[in-house]
Design a protein around this ligand. Structure first.
Ligand code: ADP
Ligand code: ASP
Ligand code: MG
Length: 607
């Protein structure tokens, strides 16, 4: 007899009819010989309506009262589903997060799960009952037993956490699409279903805007080796498997608070090429990386920060043995970038062979603003200056002087209590997780339109500045997403400075600006520029680690649509570009099509 955790999202329990259909499926699963724990979301758009009610009263509701309010939505659906099961003759009991023992930290509206006490659930399962659990909520450990919620979309996380705690055989996420698709079918109807995806890829996609799975649910599945599938509520199709490597055994204590960083990675075999003062217009990145790809030169990090006047800088790193050829490509292109006679820009190529790339990696850093800050602080305390910074949701990479590498590794390993590994997992190790022979270079694409960009001009180029900035944001609960530190060093009053740009949730943009403006004088930096009208488009795929030309194809597709790239950041398995908000959907459609992700059959999404 297997133990299965099933989770049904809002649309799947949106009406009484649908709740009855869910009850039928649950009963059928029991009749097939399984024990079942069901996690449900609030009906339809209930949570959104509750948020609106609160906002009609105040634009700054207390986070505690928000939890009190939003947690009611799920309580309605568990009672109704339980009744629907009873009327089918199936024994069932509904329980809130607190009643099933989901203990969280006391961080209202974004609590992480500390532990789960499975005893009561085990007792009811032994009695032959189906347990219907309210998703998205828990109870704080404090003496006051506060109701908490896990953050929007958090029912997925409740389900996977329960599956981990009960050592369930499987966790099935039932939703309104056939499974995980190459992108959001509401934006690109030709999106195709995937049979499987690795948890590393899904983590990136989920954090980059693919809302089909809550990123923290993927993190838990990966950490605890939970067998996870995403399927349609309306059909019996198998859906998509999310594949995780065999995990190290770990306790349930600190379920979501375990060490946020899994490894410190370094690469001392890289060199950097930077093109300074290239024109800020569509097609430039496409041309540069297109030419590098033609020469079969595989680039690793690509960083383009915000523009300065009408020019930009792009920097990239690659294996040192390819440096001469890459430099030749850059030198050959640079003069041509001065395409019209009135163009006053003067592109310049710089190379650096005395560098090392050092990264911290781990899914636990998602939504934890202090982790990047801690890395920068650790490096600052060791007196190490950071050159480039590029982040993904699960990794922060910095380039530093090669002579500092050993000290940086030692300091970071100590700070994060992990061991170091020279390189990220190789593509072959990663792809061996997927059973398909031909792992696609790009697995999926995502769009995030809920971010704002913050740029700080002329930050003094000295150890400790990034640490101060991101610590200040972290202390105020602002999660930073993509961080980019530019290549260009400019002298201001005789001192070298660099620009730092990052993205934050739009809801945090005002606070981020205020914090930065308040700190500007003390920390000695220039203007703070905020742009809310941005969109981030990304592609993700493990296959891109060793496939040259992926960035070039992405940039070319965007330039063919006349879309200008405002920022670029890459990690081993993803490339993200910030574009104007009004061009976000067009950009997503263009990159989805250029990587051949489109299918012939449009996915129909229920209203
Ligand atoms: P639920 O209420 O079941 O949790 P969500 O609305 O949270 O459902 O997530 C499902 C939605 O995620 C889909 O309807 C789809 O619009 C969106 N989505 C975004 N990206 C993807 C993707 N890559 N694959 C599938 N769905 C996606
Ligand atoms: N009802 C919550 C929300 O809408 C949690 C969830 O559905 O996952 O965010
Ligand atoms: Mg959801």
């Amino acid at each position: 007899m297997a133990l299965i955790v099933q989770k049904y999202g809002g649309t799947s329990v949106g009406t009484v009819d649908r709740i009855q259909a869910v009850a039928q499926r649950v009963k059928a699963t029991v009749e097939a010989g399984n024990s079942v724990v069901v996690v449900v979301s609030a009906m339809g758009k209930t949570t959104d309506s509750l948020v609106k009610l609160a906002n009609d009263i105040t634009d700054q509701p207390s986070r505690r009262e928000m939890d009190m309010l939003l947690s009611t939505g799920e309580q309605v659906s568990i009672a109704l589903l339980s009744m629907a099961l009873h009327s089918l003759g199936q024994d069932a009991i509904s329980l809130t997060g607190a009643q099933v023992g989901i203990v969280t930290e006391a961080e209202h509206t974004r609590a992480r799960i500390l532990t789960i006490n499975p005893e009561r659930m085990q007792r009811h399962l032994a009695e032959g009952k189906v347990i219907v659990v309210a998703g998205f909520q828990g109870i704080s450990q404090t003496t006051d037993l506060e109701i908490t919620t896990l953050g929007r979309g958090g029912s997925d996380t409740s389900a996977v956490a329960l599956a981990a705690a009960l050592q369930a055989d499987k966790c099935e996420i039932y939703t309104d699409v056939p499974g995980i698709l190459t992108t959001d079918p509401r934006l690109v109807p030709e999106a195709q279903l995937m049979e499987e995806i690795t948890s590393d890829e899904m983590l990136e996609l989920a954090s980059l805007g693919a809302k089909v799975l809550h990123p923290r649910a993927v993190e838990i599945a990966r950490n605890y080796g939970v067998t996870l599938v995403v399927r349609s509520s309306w059909t019996d199709e198998p859906g998509t498997r999310v594949i995780s490597p065999q995990p190290q055994p770990r306790p349930l204590e600190g379920l979501e608070l375990a060490n946020p960083v899994d490894a410190v990675e370094f690469d001392t075999d890289q060199a950097k090429v930077a093109l300074l003062r290239i024109p800020d217009r569509p097609g430039i990145a496409a041309r540069l990386f297109g030419e590098l790809a033609n020469q079969d030169l595989n680039v690793d990090l690509i960083i383009q920060s915000i523009h300065e006047g009408n020019t930009n800088d792009i920097a990239f790193t690659l294996v040192r043995s390819n440096l001469n050829r890459a430099e030749a490509v850059a030198e050959a292109i640079a003069p041509a970038l001065r395409s019209n006679p009135t163009d006053t820009t003067q592109a310049e190529v710089m190379v650096d062979t005395n560098m090392a790339k050092i990264s911290i990696a781990g899914a636990g850093m998602i939504g934890r603003p202090g982790v990047a800050a801690m890395m920068f602080l650790t490096l600052a305390e060791a007196g190490i200056n950071i050159q480039l910074i590029s982040t993904s949701e699960v990794k922060v990479s910095c380039t530093i002087d090669a002579k500092d590498c050993d000290r940086a590794i030692a300091a970071l390993c100590q700070a994060f209590e992990v061991t170091s590994s020279p390189r990220p997992q190789s593509a072959s190790e990663n792809t061996s997780l997927a059973s398909t022979q031909t792992t696609p270079v790009v697995r999926g694409a995502a769009l995030d339109t809920k971010q704002a960009q913050v740029a700080i001009r002329h930050v003094p180029d000295q150890p400790g500045m990034a640490a101060k900035i991101f610590q200040l944001l972290a202390n105020n609960g602002v999660s930073v997403d993509m961080i980019i530190q530019s290549q260009r060093c400019r002298l201001v009053n005789g001192h070298p400075t660099r620009d730092i740009a990052f993205t934050v949730a739009q809801a945090d943009a005002r606070l981020a600006r205020e914090l930065m403006e308040q700190a500007a004088q003390e920390l000695g930096f220039g203007e703070v520029v905020v742009n809310e009208a941005i969109a981030k488009v990304s592609v993700v795929g493990i296959g891109m680690i060793y496939a040259p030309g992926v960035a070039a194809r992405m940039f070319k597709a965007l330039s063919e649509q006349g879309i200008n790239l405002q920022m670029i950041a890459t990690s081993e398995i993803k490339i993200s570009c910030v574009v104007d908000e009004s061009e976000g959907v067009k950009a997503l459609q263009a990159i989805h099509s250029v990587f051949g992700l489109a299918g012939t059959k449009a996915v129909v999404v229920p209203a």
